[in-house]
Design a protein around this ligand. Structure first.
Ligand SMILES: [Zn+2]
Length: 150
């Protein structure tokens, strides 16, 4: 594998949420980059979003929503989240869950999934693509129906 930070080939890897590092030093740099990215997203309001979403926009927006949810949740909610599934306290994991829920409410004319066999969690961790950019009002409506935002 190749280190995300120094580009060195290494057979030892430190897996971070945003890539793989070759050493603890490089892993720290990677974590630092993630903190910067998270801080930027936290500073942006949730309502700030594009007119139409590409997959990249959707990934970024759902991560932003997750960060805001984790930032704003009470100790009680936090406890409930961690009792149900401690992974949900990690922004990237919560974002997966949120994406999953919202995608179920986006009409098929916009979204298709690699796994189409209809079980409850068809999208979780699975691939999806947008057939066309999804208008902002469609995403917002889906997010509200999924009770991700109010
Ligand atoms: Zn490195």
């Amino acid at each position: 594998m190749k280190c995300e930070v120094c580009s060195q080939e290494s057979d030892k890897g430190f897996l971070c949420a945003n890539g793989i590092a070759c050493s603890e030093d490089c892993a720290q740099i990677l974590h630092g980059r993630l903190d910067v990215e998270y801080a930027k997203l936290k500073a942006e309001p949730i309502v700030e979003m594009p007119e139409a979403f590409t997959v990249g926009d959707f990934e970024r927006w759902t991560l932003k929503v997750s960060l805001h949810i984790l930032e704003g949740c009470t100790a009680a909610t936090r406890k409930k989240l961690s009792d149900n599934n401690p992974m949900m306290l990690m922004p990237d994991q919560l974002a997966l869950e949120i994406k999953d829920r919202i995608l179920k409410h986006i009409p098929h004319q916009y979204v298709s999934s690699a796994e189409t066999r209809g079980h409850m969690r068809i999208f979780h961790g699975g691939e999806y693509m947008f057939r066309q950019p999804v208008p902002q009002e469609v995403v917002v409506k889906a997010a509200k129906e999924a009770q991700v935002i109010q």
